[in-house]
Ligand binder design. Sequence first.
Ligand code: ADP
Ligand code: MG
Length: 234
Amino acid sequence: MATRLPTRVAPEYTARIRGLSRNFGDRTVLDRLDLDIERGEFVALLGRSGSGKSTLLRALAGLDRDTTGELAVDGTVAVAFQEPRLLPWKRVIDNVALGLPPGGRERARDALQEVGLTARAGAWPLTLSGGEAQRASLARALVREPGLLLLDEPFSALDALTRITMHRLVLDLWDHHARDTSVLLVTHDVDEALLLADRVLVLGEGRIAHESRIEAERPRRITDLTALRDRLLG
Ligand code: ADP
Ligand code: MG
């Protein structure tokens, strides 16, 4: 298990990773990887299929006991996956409130409002569209007020128009939570990475093989995205 450093991360960072490694059999998937994520930063992670992106996210989420190295994460970690993984026997609001302390339903209601899903709070997950299910999944992650939000290809199963709506939503949410929440988004979509992120990383050979900072201002990107969506959706 990677050592979870007990100290608070330096105030300007949400996560610091040093020398993180993971082998499957004799295959080394993560190879002494180093990564810092700044507080409030939106990071996109690209990389070929099988390069270890999900393995890295699982390690950050504390879901993998067989990673070695050092990890320090400040605050709660929440994950949203490509498949929303809602429990079909619980209504949407109860999925979002799952595991929260008493009073959680109120917070779940607020989170559903944030993602524009108030009208579907009482619905069964199987009656949701793909985009709605992904919104519910985002609400379930946000309600935990995570210091680090991990998104593992959350939009790749959605049609192009729904994806644009979700991009806009994620930028809005990030705008609200930016001071407290850092995002690490795994995506196959380079345009998505450039649109959403402050910094784009490429995972290769088990390490961060490349990184670049995106200089375009986010308000400008939000405006462009809104205009695009309005034009496409009429
Ligand atoms: P990515 O998300 O970048 O597509 P993954 O992190 O899912 O890649 O997987 C990286 C590599 O590790 C792949 O070769 C995959 O087959 C392997 N792998 C992932 N999980 C397991 C597992 N539980 N057992 C064996 N091999 C695994
Ligand atoms: Mg993956």
